[in-house]
Write a protein that binds this ligand. Structure first.
Ligand SMILES: C[S@@+](CC[C@H](N)C(=O)[O-])C[C@H]1O[C@@H](n2cnc3c(N)ncnc32)[C@H](O)[C@@H]1O
Length: 428
């Protein structure tokens, strides 16, 4: 028997869906859990129609993208603690970002507000509306859109104009990029190609209906996420350990480039996705489920790719909730893991072999600082500057011998994820 449909609590189904948005918004913030995990654990979310889920997800992502702006705006409007702040955030999302008529959003806000607060909530909405289009110049700016722990760190590392450009890209829905298993592309019309192995669709068709999906000729992967594998150079015939492999974008890239890949990860739910991806693409890979901090290989590898767990601050347009559920303490814990994993990766490679350390982070603390700390701690490896001679990585992504992209690179075509990678060579 199929699972029952979620109940329709109201004559107007959108009221029920907006209630669900508020519930999920609160859950993400209270449990400090990603949007994806929150939706997966919600008792009824999965049972809604795809179009209802789309309605909810559009609002959730937009809410988190603009949360900092709305918090700053409401703080300016009222120095006192604001009741029903979540309702106001959603009403402002509807009106200022999604084009919902003011009367409709205000009426919805009134219907979910306690009677004594209704006129106050209404007045705040009207005040925001009176700002007109200028609200973006005032509030959709880096110092207000990001939580202070993140803004303060980024501000020390990036010029204000880059932060502004990153913020503009971060507020957009990202395009779809696909990476090909072979050379040359098989895909739908209307793509852009920044590099020969990847196509971009500004207005993507349904992924599973696209040419070549069923045959496993490509997989979804942001173009910047395809660069770290290229930093290993030619991997044809080499034994390569992919440490932190799931869900497998880079594993498939390595295998399709002719490497004999061992894919290692400890997260069973993510390993399942990796195995599904390998089944669809038919790429031969040995999968190991283990904790990389304690696992030792039986033989050394020719090369290692370590795609380490990180703050994922380079992927905020895809995961806009992350800065609101992370903080400095989280970064400190990640740093310990990143250094431990990089030591393990270096222990697993043979002399002369390359280790590429990668993170989808914009923060130096998780990139260059980790690499420099590990280099200081050992005498058996050296930094090997990444150039485009044997990697085919475009010039704009290479700085000071490192791979570094940020969301405003290729901004005119929709930007890209922020990635950092360094290449080390084992010398003894
Ligand atoms: C950035 S994600 C990897 C993304 C993947 N390389 C791709 O391209 O699809 C980092 C991965 O490291 C894994 N991980 C984190 N700590 C680990 C550990 N101690 N041992 C094994 N895997 C770990 C996580 O489960 C996660 O899948």
């Amino acid at each position: 028997m199929s699972a029952p449909k979620p109940p329709r609590f109201s004559k107007d189904h959108s009221v029920t869906l907006r209630q669900l948005v508020l519930e999920l918004y609160g859950d993400v913030l209270k449990r400090k859990q990603t949007l994806e995990d929150t939706c997966a654990r919600h008792p009824t979310f999965k049972r809604y129609d795809p179009s209802d889920r789309g309605f909810v997800m559009l609002r959730m992502k937009t809410l988190f993208r603009y949360r900092g702006a709305f918090m700053a705006m409401l703080r300016d409007f009222s120095p006192k603690k604001i009741e029903h702040e979540d309702v106001l955030h959603l009403a402002l999302t509807e009106i200022l970002c999604l084009g919902t008529p003011v009367y409709a959003a205000a009426q919805w806000a009134k219907s979910v507000t306690k009677p004594y607060a209704q006129s106050y909530v209404h007045a705040l909405i009207q005040r925001a509306v009176r700002l007109g289009p200028d609200w973006r110049d005032l509030y959709a700016v880096p110092e207000r859109i990001m939580p202070s722990w993140l803004y303060q760190r980024l501000q020390q590392q990036y010029a204000q104009e880059i932060l502004c450009a990153m913020t503009r890209v971060g507020l957009q829905t990202p395009p779809l990029d696909i990476t090909f298993a072979g050379q040359g592309g098989v895909g739908e019309e209307g793509h852009l190609a920044l590099v020969p192995w990847s196509y971009r669709y500004a207005e993507p068709p349904v992924v599973t209906a696209m040419t070549g999906y069923d045959q496993g000729l490509w997989w979804v992967q942001d173009v910047a996420a395809s660069f770290p594998v290229m930093a290993l150079g030619d991997v044809q015939g080499k034994a390569v350990l992919d440490m932190g492999a799931a869900p497998g974008g880079k594993t498939m890239q390595l295998a399709s480039r002719g490497a004999k890949v061992t894919a290692l990860d400890y997260a069973l739910d993510r390993i399942k996705i990796l195995k599904d991806n390998l089944a669809r693409t038919g790429l031969p890979v040995e999968v190991v489920v283990a904790d990389a901090r304690t696992w030792s290989p039986t033989a050394l590898f020719d090369a290692v790719l370590l795609d380490a767990p990180c703050s994922a601050t380079g992927t905020l347009r895809r995961h806009p909730e992350l800065p609101w559920i992370r903080d400095d303490g989280h970064l400190g814990a990640l740093r310990v893991t990143q250094e431990a994993l990089l030591h393990r990766a270096l222990n697993a490679v043979s002399v002369g072999g390359r280790v590429v350390y990668a993170v989808c982070s914009l923060l130096k603390e998780e990139g260059e600082d980790v690499v420099q700390a590990v280099l200081r701690a050992r005498s058996d490896c050296l930094l090997r500057p990444i150039t485009n001679q044997d990697t085919m990585i475009p010039d704009f992504a290479l700085k000071d011998g490192y791979l570094q992209t940020n969301p405003s690179d290729w901004a005119e075509a929709g930007g890209m994820d922020g990635f950092f990678a360094a290449c080390l060579v084992k010398t003894s």
